[in-house]
Design a protein around this ligand. Structure first.
Ligand code: GLU
Length: 297
C-alpha cells in the first residue's frame, strides 16, 4: 500500500522582515518534512495588500535562501487568488451561515464598555478581543441588502451558533505538538470561543481564517506546523473545513521564541530580523544556532 505523500508549508505574511521566530518555524517545518520524506511549500499570506509589499516578500525569499531552507514548486501568493476565497465565501453565503455586520471597531468598543458598566465582563475570544456585540444576525435578507447597498463598510461574519449546529458537536483535530496548557493528542475544537468571527470584509473578500483553510486544501497540505499562538485558531479552521467539506490536516503547534523580557518576538523588533543579523556579520549557521538555542515559551 502506498502512503500518501506528506505536504508541509511555511506561510509567512510579507508585512515585515523575517525574524528568528519565523526562521524557527520554517526550520521546524523542514525538519518534520525531512523526517517523513515529505515536501515543503512556501505560501505568502499577503491578503492585507496595504501592509504586505513585494519588497518584504523578496527579502523573505532571500533570507530563506541564505539560511538554506528550500521549498518545492512555485510560491503561492494569496493576493493572486481572491477568487478562490470568494468562492468559498459564496458557499457559506448560500448556506446562510454568514451575515453582513456593520459595527465599526469604535462602536464595538463602546457597546462592550456600556454593557460592562451595567453587568459582568463581556466575553472575550482566546486572543482577548470582545465577542461581537452586534445584533445583525436577526436582520431580514431585505434589511441586510439595504445595509450593504447604503455604501457603509461591513464585515462578513460567521453565525457561529448556526455553523456549529450544522457541523455538529464532535469536531476534533490531531495535535502532535502542544499549547502551553499541555493539550496534545486528540483536541476537541471549541469554535464558539471565537464568537461570530470575521471571514471577509466589504473590500477584502477574505480573512486569515478563510484563506488559510482554502489554501491548505488547494495545496494538498497534510501537515500544518506553526507557532502555538495559532493553537486556538485551529478550532475555527476545523469548523470551516467541516462546513466546506475540506480535508483534515494534522497539526503540530510549536513553541515560540521570546526576547530577553520573555515576550514573543515581533516584526517591529528589528534586532532579531534575519536580514539585520546577516548584515551585522552573522553566518547562516550562527543564525540557525540562535533559533535552536533561543529562549522559548
Ligand atoms: N501567516 C501567518 C503568520 O505569519 C501564519 C499562518 C499559519 O501558519 O497558519 O503568522
Amino acid at each position: 500500500m502506498t502512503q500518501k505523500n506528506r505536504v508541509f508549508r511555511f506561510a509567512p505574511s510579507p508585512n515585515g522582515l523575517l525574524h528568528l521566530g519565523h526562521a524557527y518555524s520554517a526550520l521546524r517545518n523542514r525538519e518534520r518534512a525531512l523526517e517523513c520524506g515529505g515536501e515543503m511549500l512556501l505560501r505568502m499570506e499577503d491578503i492585507d495588500t496595504a501592509r504586505c509589499t513585494p519588497q518584504f516578500e523578496r527579502q523573505i525569499v532571500e533570507d530563506l535562501n541564505w539560511l538554506g531552507i528550500k521549498w518545492q514548486g512555485p510560491v503561492r501568493r494569496q493576493s493572486e487568488h481572491f477568487g478562490d476565497y470568494g468562492e468559498a465565501l459564496g458557499k457559506l453565503r448560500e448556506m446562510a451561515l454568514v451575515y453582513p455586520a456593520f459595527l465599526t471597531r469604535a462602536q464595538i468598543r463602546d457597546r462592550v464598555a456600556e454593557a460592562e458598566r451595567h453587568g459582568p465582563a463581556w466575553p472575550r475570544d482566546p486572543d482577548g478581543a470582545p465577542l461581537y456585540p452586534g445584533g445583525e444576525r436577526a436582520l431580514s435578507g431585505k434589511e441586510a441588502a439595504a445595509g450593504m447597498d447604503s455604501g457603509r463598510p461591513f464585515a462578513w461574519r460567521l453565525d457561529i451558533d448556526k455553523a456549529c449546529a450544522l457541523a455538529g458537536p464532535d469536531i476534533t483535530w490531531a495535535e502532535t505538538g502542544h499549547d502551553p496548557s499541555g493539550q496534545t493528542g486528540t483536541i476537541a475544537a471549541d469554535p464558539r470561543a471565537w464568537g461570530d468571527v470575521i471571514l471577509a470584509r466589504k473590500d477584502t473578500p477574505t480573512s486569515y481564517h478563510l484563506s488559510v483553510v482554502v489554501d491548505d486544501a488547494l495545496q494538498g497540505i497534510t501537515d500544518i506546523v506553526r507557532g502555538h499562538d495559532l493553537f486556538h485558531a485551529t478550532s475555527v479552521h476545523r469548523l470551516l473545513q467541516n462546513l466546506l467539506a475540506l480535508p483534515e490536516p494534522r497539526y503540530h503547534h510549536h513553541a515560540l521564541l521570546v526576547d530577553g523580557d520573555g515576550r514573543k518576538l515581533s516584526k517591529s523588533d528589528g534586532d532579531t530580523a534575519v536580514a539585520a543579523l546577516r548584515r551585522s556579520g552573522a553566518t547562516a549557521k550562527e543564525v540557525i544556532q540562535m533559533c535552536e538555542t533561543g529562549a522559548r515559551i
